[in-house]
Each structure stands twice: as C-alpha cells, then as structure tokens.
Design a protein around this ligand. Structure first.
Ligand code: GLA
Length: 738
C-alpha cells in the first residue's frame, strides 16, 4: 500500500474525490513515487540496496502500485548487472561502464564508490534521499521535487565528505534519467556566434552523444537542453521526455544507448578538467537538472517548459505589481547597431526622442559610455562615466528619457577587462591565468576571475554604486568571450580546478545580492548574443539576447529553435536596418517588425534616418503589438509550419491560456511556382467559442468569415489572401473570443 495522505474535497455529498499528495513512499516495496501534471515518476530501492529507476511517463492512477524493483540479471560476464541496472545516481565503482553520476578519488588512492540507499525525508512535493558508499563515509543526498501543475521534475545532489581526508570529485552529475529500451529521436540545440539555436534531430544509436560546453560558460555552441522523442520527431503527437540544466558554467549532458538498447541521459558539471577537492566535513551541491514529459509531441513539451519557466524559474519582481507572473517585457530601443561605440549625450537624447515617438517603453544605451571606451580595445573594467561623451554624467540623459515616458537601461560587461584599462594596470593578477604563461585575448579582453573574493567585491561594488547613483531600470549584462588558461593561482595547486564551480557560484551570488539591494532592476543575459542562456542564469535574468544576428529571416529559424527550450517571453528581438549588416539582405520594415513581434519586440535600427512612412509603420505595429503581447509571449505556442530546412513558408500561432485570444504569424521565404500560402489549421482554440478575426498586417482570403467558431478555425482553417506571394512577405492576425 502506498502511504497516501489524502485530502478529501467535498464537491457534493455523494461525489467525494480523493487527491493524493504529490510524493509518496511505500515502505513495504521501498518505492518512491512522484505525481504532477500529466506525469508520474517512480524509483525504488532494489534488493541490492541501489536506488533504481522504474517509471517516467504519463500519469498513473492513484491506486496503481509498483512492486519492489529488481536489479537487471547479468546479461553476460561482460555486462555486469551493476552496469545494466538503471540507477538513479550510480557511483563509479564495482563494474560500471556507463556514465557514472559520481566519480571520486580518495586520499589513499582508492577510486571505488558504490552508493546504497540509507534513508529519506519528505519535503513539499518531493523527497531527499540519502545514499552512502558501502564502506566509506561519503554521502549523497538526492533532492527530488515535482511541480504539481506541469509535472516538471527538479533533481540535484549534495555530496558530503565525512571521511578524515579530502576526496577529489572528478565527475558529478545533477541527475541521470533512464528510458526503457526503444527507438528514439534526440533533439538538441547547437550553433556558433550569430548562428545560435539550430535544432538537431537524430536517431539515438548505440554509444554516446555528448552535448557540452568546456568553455567556462553556457556557450553558443551547444545549449544545456535535450528532448527525446519516442519514434520520429513529431510536433503534435507522441511521447517526449525533455530536460534542461540550470548551470551557467561548463556543463555536459550525455545521451547514451547501452548494449541492451536502454537509454540514459546524464547531466551536470562537465567532467572535462574537473577536480573539485572536498575537505572533510564539506559538501558540494550540483546544479539542478529539470526534466519533464509530454504525450503531445515536441510542441506539447515546449509548452510545458514555457509555463514552468514563467511560473517557477524567471524572477518575479517584488513591488512591481507582477509577483504572480513576470510581466511582458517593455518594448525597448537599443542604439548598438545605430551608433556602436559612438555614444554621447546629444546623440542618445536625439535617438530617445525618436524612440518615444514610436511608442517604445524603455531606452537602452549600449556599449561605449564608460572609461576610455572608444572601440573594443580599451576601457572594460573602468566603470566610470566617460567625461568627454557625458560631461554631466548620465543624469541629463536619464532625466530626458524619463521625461519622454520611458525607463532607462544600460549595457555593462562586468566580468571582463581590457589590458588597456586602469583596472588591469592596477590588478594584472585579477584575471584567469597560469602564471608565466601567455594570456590569450579574445576581442582584446581577458576574463576577470570572479572566484576571487576581491574581484567578486569589486564587481558587486561598482554595480551597486552605478544602480544607487543612477535611476536605472535595466542592465544588459554582456559577456563577450569564453575562458582560456583557467588558472586560479591564489589556491593550492590541487584546488585550482575548483574554479569551475566557484566562478559560476560567485556570479550567481553577485546577481542575487544585486537583486536583494535593487529588487526592481531587471537584467538581460547577453553573451555576444545567445552564449549564456540556461535555467541557472534565468533565475536572475528577466530576458536574454538570443543572437547578435538580427537578420529577420535568419531570426525565424533561430526563434523556432530557441522556443523548443525557452519561452518567447525572454526572447528579445530587435528590428534593425536593411540591408542587414550580416547577410546584406534587404527586407521591408513590415517583414522585420513581424519577425521580431514573434518574441519580445525591440527596435535597434538607426531611427534617426527613418522617413515618415517608416515611423508610421513602426508606430502602428508597436501599438498593435502592445495589445496582444501577453498572448504572444506567455500563451500556448503552436508551430504550424516550421521555417527549418529551407521551407518556403512558416507560421506560428499562440493562444492565451484562457483561450480568449490567439495571434497568428505567417511568413513567406520565397514563393515558387506560383504556390499560394497553405491554409493554416489553427490549434488550441475552444471549439465551441466564437472568435472574431482581425488583421494586424495583411489580408485573409476572400470569403473568410469575420467571426467563426474555434472548430471552424481549427478544422476549416485560416486562408491567406491570394496575393500573399513574393519574397520575404509577412502577415499577422488576431482572433478574439466574442
Ligand atoms: C555584444 C552584444 C551586442 C553589443 C556588443 C557591444 O556583441 O551581443 O549586442 O552589446 O557586445 O560591444
């Protein structure tokens, strides 16, 4: 019998429904069970004492029971039961050949670690389960919780050393997830600077696919997210298991199919160059690995993840009236592409006046305002206002921005230093380096070692001062290179590798302290575009800069990839100039606007040069965007036609959670052979309700009703005007329940 604490809710005297709590342990079978949303997850203590995975999938009935798990039988003398039994958190020891969750070296050279179940305790929506090595006093507490609405699981581990000597941790995962033998497709996101968010889809084969960053931060090259689908990729149908790591340092996720075709996904700190020294009495906490399940294909999986991120990851700013959910992002203006480093008081004020006239909510000054920052060769680290560009400080500009009805944001890159700076001349020892070795510069800059307490205090100090002395609502927090020579010469040689943990923890602690001191200040995580987007930084950052590539056509595919893992709420998208600097492609302002309106809209063009018609178009579409923004960025996203693989067309639809409103975007890449736009069969509407159709941009096909039932729009579909053809065309519609 499961130990079920039931809450009895009386609906009518004759119809009593029992709601079990989300976390149950059955002492007779030693099975732990977690239920949330449409999901059940179960694991138990097997007859050898190991913690064994049992089930992860669609929600089971409260009355369903599991028998105690049994270890896999020895398949062959080469395939020990220890390696084929799907353990929740396997130590590297005995005969383990798959990825270990934990690998350590003891002071005496012993490297055998076999973790058995010790005890558990309950906590809200979950458990803490303690494992211990069969002989030595190394304990691992596995933290489990399930979010009741979405069924998203959170797992992490705390490793404690109760031995009398230090141990070195060489590999530590947050969690391992197991799937039974089957045929699966793996989805993961890769890229590079200006080309982030490529969705890769491949069949899982025997062996291991490694998705990782060895760069000290999250990276453009791979993102710590995966989705595994049963069978072929399908947007709307089929079982999908997905997960995302909350860590902004070097990370690794391995997807492994073993010799018996079972699949395991293991993720946490990247073991490459890892070596964390755990002194007696000390503990190491891993990042959290979130994971979920949907039976409604990849689209269903991303909708679950989006709602979880909005409700449980992103900051809910206290005192801004949006404690329940993060508020939709202000429409920003950012001057980077217009002025680059050539910022000054008069120029920024001129842009601010133009931006306000468009209906922009927030004016952001980018790079170039501080130190001797004329280009990217100097100034990083010297966070005083440049007196030639801003002779009266930032106040006149900020006051002007406020008088125009906008709030003010500022670009910073706190973790970096140019060798040509006062800071570096004073503190050359503050950067990551190996003494006596060259210091590799990228973009003429070096990485400050945030793990050092003096550097931590300096960075926190200057940011606190900046925010205290100026009325700043928003920081665009940039990070424009990866690590090299990651030495930490203050530490004894054996402990230098602790930097992989200490740096990121120091970053989080600065962000947490700034939030405590300046709770209303919002943060954008930028790293030369999308180099630092993960569920770790998103506990502190309200939004991200997905890519320096602002080409509106490229962005359609990037935005498609991005939203598999992250909510459109955080996906900033600027409208910039045409022809575009990267691809030299010319597109209409309407096309650029609609591409950006799929996410959180911003303007990044040189609006000084816009003519009256461009100003009128932008003003009209910003006003239209403001009206439907909550639906676009916080609703249920349906990908109707994918822009991937050179598709001629693409389309997305979002539906507000109460199903009262829906917004549709349609894009033509390049019409071929006179083909008209496909009829869009909408999704997620209330079939019984009536929805009126309004054009935001473009026309619906002749004969399209002004209003029709949800069933009509979903079954008959929405037709575009026959003239909707050409290159780089865009249309958008809204549907409102009557
Ligand atoms: C990075 C950012 C850009 C801009 C520049 C400024 O590349 O991604 O948006 O802020 O730095 O130097």
């Amino acid at each position: 019998m499961l130990k079920t604490v039931s809450f009895l809710i009386g609906i009518a005297a004759s119809a009593m429904i029992a709601f079990p709590q989300n976390a149950n342990f059955d002492p007779a079978t030693k099975v732990f069970r977690l239920d949330g949303g449409d999901v059940t997850y179960a694991f138990g203590v097997n007859s050898r004492g190991e913690l064994q995975q049992m089930y992860w999938g669609g929600r089971l009935a409260a009355g369903d029971h599991f028998a105690q798990p049994q270890p896999m039988r020895e398949a062959a003398s080469f395939d020990s039961s220890y390696t084929t039994t799907p353990q929740e958190y396997a130590g590297w020891g005995a005969g383990l050949y798959v990825e270990p969750a934990l690998k350590v070296t003891f002071a005496d050279g012993n490297r055998d670690l076999v973790l058995h179940y010790e005890s558990y305790s309950e906590k809200p929506n979950g458990f803490d389960v303690v494992l211990k090595d069969i002989q030595r006093d190394v304990r691992v507490t596995l933290h489990y919780s399930i979010e009741p609405d979405t069924g998203v699981l959170a797992r992490s581990a705390t490793i404690e050393n109760h031995e009398s000597q230090p141990i070195t941790i060489e590999q530590a995962a947050a969690a391992a997830w197991a799937l039974p033998r089957g045929h699966y497709t793996l989805n993961y996101l890769t890229g590079r600077w200006a080309a982030e968010w490529t969705l890769n889809q491949e069949q899982i084969r025997p062996g291991e696919r490694v998705i990782e960053s060895r760069r000290g931060s999250t990276s453009h090259q791979a993102n710590p997210w995966f989705a595994v689908q049963s069978g072929e990729p399908d947007e709307n149908h089929g079982e999908v298991w997905f997960g995302a790591l909350a860590w902004s340092g070097s990370w690794r996720i391995t997807v492994e199919q073993d010799q018996l075709d079972a699949v395991r996904i293991t993720g946490g700190f990247n073991p490459f160059d890892f070596g964390y020294v755990l002194e007696p009495g000390k503990s190491l906490e891993t990042p959290v690995f979130y994971a979920g399940y949907s039976a409604s294909g990849l689209g269903g999986a991303s909708r679950v993840l989006h709602h979880f991120e909005l409700a449980h990851i992103l900051p809910h700013r206290v005192g801004t009236g949006d404690e329940a959910r993060p508020r939709p992002r202000p429409v920003i203006y950012n001057s980077w592409e217009a002025t680059e480093f050539n910022v000054n008081e008069a120029g920024q004020i001129a842009l601010a006046e133009k931006a306000a006239a468009l209906g922009v909510d927030r004016f952001v000054m980018d790079d170039g305002w501080f130190g001797q920052r004329k280009n990217d060769h100097a100034g990083l680290g010297d966070w005083y206002v440049n007196p030639e560009k801003f002779p009266h400080g930032l106040k006149p500009l900020i006051d002007k921005v406020h008088s125009l009805g906008m709030d003010f944001g500022l670009w910073v890159e706190p973790e970096m230093v140019n060798p040509d700076s006062d800071l570096y001349r004073k503190h050359p020892d503050w950067v990551l380096n190996f003494p006596g070795r060259p210091r590799s510069e990228e973009r003429n800059q070096l990485v400050l070692n945030l793990a050092r307490s003096d550097v931590h205090d300096y960075v926190l100090g200057f940011l606190d001062k900046l925010l205290t002395e100026n009325d700043i609502a928003f920081l665009k927090w940039d990070y424009n290179r990866n690590w090299s020579e990651p030495g930490w010469d203050q530490m004894p040689p054996a402990e230098e590798k602790d930097i992989y943990v200490a740096y990121t923890r120091s970053l989080y602690s600065i962000l947490a302290e700034l939030e405590r001191r300046h709770p209303k200040v919002e943060i954008e995580s930028c790293s030369g575009g999308g180099g630092r987007v993960d569920l770790g930084i998103l506990k502190y950052a309200d939004e991200v800069w997905p890519s320096d590539n602002t080409d509106p056509f490229d962005r359609l595919t990037q935005q498609d990839g991005f939203t598999y893992a992250y909510t459109p709420q955080i996906m900033m998208a600027w409208v910039t100039d045409s022809p575009h600097w990267l691809n030299h492609r010319s597109t209409s302002l309407t096309y650029r606007m609609l591409s950006s309106m799929q996410g959180s809209l911003g303007i990044g063009a040189n609006i000084d040069k816009w003519n009256d018609e461009e100003v009128a178009t932008a003003k009209r579409l910003i006003a239209a965007y403001h009206k439907v923004q909550p639906t676009i960025v916080q609703g249920n996203l349906y990908r109707l036609i994918s822009p991937r693989n050179g598709s001629e067309f693409s389309a997305t639809q979002t539906v507000s959670r109460d199903r009262k409103q829906s917004v549709v975007f349609a894009f033509i890449h390049s019409t071929q052979e006179g083909r008209g736009f496909p009829i869009l069969k909408l999704r997620g509407l209330d079939p019984e309700a009536r929805y009126a159709l309004t054009s935001i941009e473009g026309k619906a096909g002749a004969g399209t009703p002004e209003a029709a039932s949800g069933a009509w729009w979903m079954n008959h579909g929405l037709e575009m005007d026959d003239d909707f053809r050409g290159d780089f065309k865009a249309a958008a519609f809204q549907l409102d329940q009557r």
